[in-house]
Ligand binder design. Structure first.
Ligand SMILES: Cc1cc2nc3c(=O)[nH]c(=O)nc-3n(C[C@H](O)[C@H](O)[C@H](O)COP(=O)(O)O)c2cc1C
Length: 135
């Protein structure tokens, strides 16, 4: 998991909401890959977050906690637009495909923003390190 995150241009995390937070399983996975600290793969990593919940708020509070956790690891979390799928039990078809047009539109935009940051970082960091800072 650490290697996959390290090699990825963009990490996409989708979470449910458990008691106003992200799931314990996801928190545990992030905790494990983040240590030893020198091997933390989230530093400078573009990340987008999405959530789904059977409740009306669609897991927005879980996203807030997740952002806080990822901030402690130096991840670059794109926060706009927010993809929250409320009443999720009625928004997916039998094959598990999301059928909510608004959520799909926001998802498209969010992924586009994430990829744009990933591309900009790849080019920008090389240029900045080499030309501006001489590294
Ligand atoms: C222990 C537990 C706590 C939950 N707490 C919340 C919550 O605080 N807010 C919310 O919107 N949904 C809550 N839910 C509903 C989950 O978000 C919903 O089950 C989720 O969309 C589907 O994930 P699951 O397949 O892991 O249950 C909770 C579900 C569980 C099992």
């Amino acid at each position: 998991m650490r290697r996959s995150i390290g090699e990825a241009d963009l990490v996409v995390i989708a979470t449910p909401e458990y008691n106003h937070s992200t799931s314990g399983a996801l928190k545990n996975a992030i905790d494990w890959v983040s240590r030893p600290r020198k091997d933390n793969p989230f530093e400078w990593k573009p990340v987008v977050i999405m959530s789904a919940s059977t409740g009306m708020l669609g897991g927005i509070r879980a996203q807030e906690h997740l952002r806080q956790i990822l901030a402690s690891l130096g991840a670059l979390v794109i926060t706009y637009p927010e993809v929250v799928v409320g009443s999720a039990d009625s928004k997916f078809d039998g094959e598990g495909r999301l059928r909510d047009p608004a959520a799909l539109r926001f998802m498209d935009q969010l992924l586009g923003n994430g990829l744009r940051l990933a591309r900009a970082l790849r080019v920008g960091l090389e240029v900045a390190d080499a030309r501006i800072y001489g590294k």
